[in-house]
Write a protein that binds this ligand. Structure first.
Ligand SMILES: Nc1ncnc2c1ncn2[C@@H]1O[C@H](COP(=O)(O)OP(=O)(O)OP(=O)(O)O)[C@@H](O)[C@H]1O
Ligand SMILES: [Mg+2]
Length: 488
């Protein structure tokens, strides 16, 4: 019978000599660090879950809150070999019973869990730090993939909830994808390529000294798929969406707070940007009138900075918004996409339209023939060859001038989806009557209200971009823009 002190001393001595001659070193990563959860433990568990699911034959399965997928885990006291930069390491999941329940603010679990990492001593300095960084990064990615997308909104304005978050979230399950989105396939591909380049562009953005973010402006009449496009983008990239309700935000500093609390790999959306800013009562004080000559954000005249937050204290200004999207604050957190939508691009301030602000302007327009074919496939399961040739030709002839939105067409198809032939027939009738109305009523493309406006705007955009190219660098351009606004 050996007294415990002696036994302890002996074990300690044994351990020391063992470690002296062993060519390995060991690192314990316990589940709890005091009473706090050890982030690294969770990260390792997630990281190992990917390799374990292939290698192991006894696994533990878990499913996280908010997730529809299952994660594999290493079972108790099981081990797995991993390699990193040509070094081989061994992970062991160690689970022991906790001896006594010590006093704690919250009861500790009965089991004590931890991972033990075994690395060869000579590899330690080479890989330990980079390996752990790698694991943390991988775990983050897996967590994001496992979790369902979230849709955040700021219904409380910029005020915080009990956990210090200004955003409320719900699971985002919008089924729209690029495949179901009816639009010109070439334009669609262009957008998808652009998104892919963005996601893979970390090095590019770093090299060129730009913040890793991208802006899209979606414009066009109601029901042409702007919101559907945003959902498709989020589903394509696997990003969360922050739907920013500008009318709930009362000041530029609140806006900044909201931005700071968004995560990277997310899409920040401001829908109907022309309406959002109009509604702030600051407009009264600055003598704001609607109409193209009094554009949104005329307060840019008063300059930026503290001045804008004085006044009636209920001010969110264009310059605040621009700071939000591309000022210094926009780069806290990276890999973010800003999307603005509007039905009236002509009402927007040129400062918002100048290139570099919104990187890509996407016009979502009335249904054309290629969109029509996509909708026929979506709603009726019809490919081109399933529709009668004459009907298809007739549709192709009238569809553009009929000026029906994809939403109108969808509606017509949904109504008769049980009787597909009837659906096609009725759609053709509808298209033709719209076509007749537009052509006979002299409402030809180019003379029609909306389309005409869009054309003017496109002209303006082109001109703005041309002058941009002549101007040279951004800084000069910005001051000139402010000057111009001041003069008109
Ligand atoms: N391009 C499209 N492709 C597929 N479906 C579409 C398209 N455009 C509209 N739809 C259908 O019409 C409905 C309304 O579209 P959506 O909400 O995307 O329009 P919007 O352009 O955002 O309109 P608003 O300007 O009023 O917000 C959607 O639920 C969708 O089913
Ligand atoms: Mg919409």
């Amino acid at each position: 019978i050996i007294p415990p002190e002696l036994r302890f001393a002996f074990l300690k001595f044994f351990n020391r000599t063992f470690h002296l001659f062993s060519s390995y070193c060991y690192f314990d990563i316990t589940e709890l660090d005091g009473v706090n959860t050890n982030e690294l433990y969770n990260a390792v568990q997630l990281y190992l879950s990917t390799s374990v699911s292939i290698a192991g034959n006894r696994l533990s399965l878990t499913r996280a809150v908010n997730s529809s997928s299952i994660t594999f885990g290493l079972s108790n006291n099981d081990s797995i070999v991993d390699t990193f930069n040509n070094a081989t390491v061994l992970w062991e999941h160690v689970v022991t019973q906790r001896q006594t329940q010590t006093f704690a603010w919250r009861p500790l679990p009965e089991e004590k869990r931890g991972f033990t990492l075994r690395i060869k001593k000579r590899d330690k300095t080479l890989i330990l730090n980079s390996y752990l960084d790698f694991i943390a990064e991988k775990a983050k990615e897996i967590r994001r993939k496992n979790q369902d997308r979230l849709l955040y909104t700021n219904t409380r304005g910029g005020s915080l909830d009990s956990r210090g978050h200004p955003w409320e979230s719900v699971p985002f399950k919008h089924p729209s994808t690029f495949e179901t989105l009816a639009m010109d396939p070439k334009k669609k591909q262009e957008i998808m390529d652009d998104l892919k380049d963005f996601v893979l562009g970390q090095m590019f953005y770093q090299k060129t000294g730009r913040a890793w973010k991208r802006g899209y402006l979606l414009y066009g009449p109601p029901g042409t798929g702007k919101s559907s496009m945003i959902a498709a983008m989020a589903n394509y990239l696997g990003y969360d969406i922050y739907d920013l309700e500008l009318t709930e935000v009362h000041s530029n500093s609140e806006l900044r707070k909201l931005l700071m609390k968004t995560s990277s790999k997310s899409i920040i959306v401001i829908e109907d940007i022309d309406c959002s800013i109009n509604l702030t009562n600051r407009n009264k004080s600055s003598g704001f009138k609607t109409g193209p000559e009094h554009r949104i954000g005329s307060e840019i005249r008063s300059g930026s900075g503290s001045g804008e937050e004085s006044g009636n204290g209920n001010t969110i200004t264009l310059s605040g918004l621009l700071n939000f999207t591309d000022g210094l604050w926009s780069c806290c957190g990276s890999e973010r996409i800003f999307i603005f939508t509007t039905n009236h691009i002509e009402k927007l301030d040129p400062a918002l339209l100048r290139s570099g602000r919104m990187d890509m302007h996407v016009c979502m327009s009335y249904c054309d023939f290629s969109s029509l074919k996509i909708l026929l496939r979506n709603y009726l399961g019809y490919e081109e060859e399933d529709v009668d040739d004459d009907v298809l030709k007739e549709m192709e002839r009238v569809v553009e001038k009929a000026e029906m939105t994809p939403a109108d067409v969808s509606e017509a198809l949904i109504k008769n989806r049980r009787d597909k032939e009837k659906a096609v027939r009725e759609l053709l009738v509808k298209l033709k009557s719209r076509w007749e109305r537009n052509v006979k009523g002299g409402k030809l493309r180019g003379q029609s209200g909306n389309l005409r406006e869009l054309e003017i705007v496109e002209e303006e955009e082109k001109r703005a971009i041309d002058s941009q190219n002549e101007d040279g660098d951004d800084v000069e351009d910005e001051t000139e823009l402010v000057d111009n606004v001041g003069k008109d």
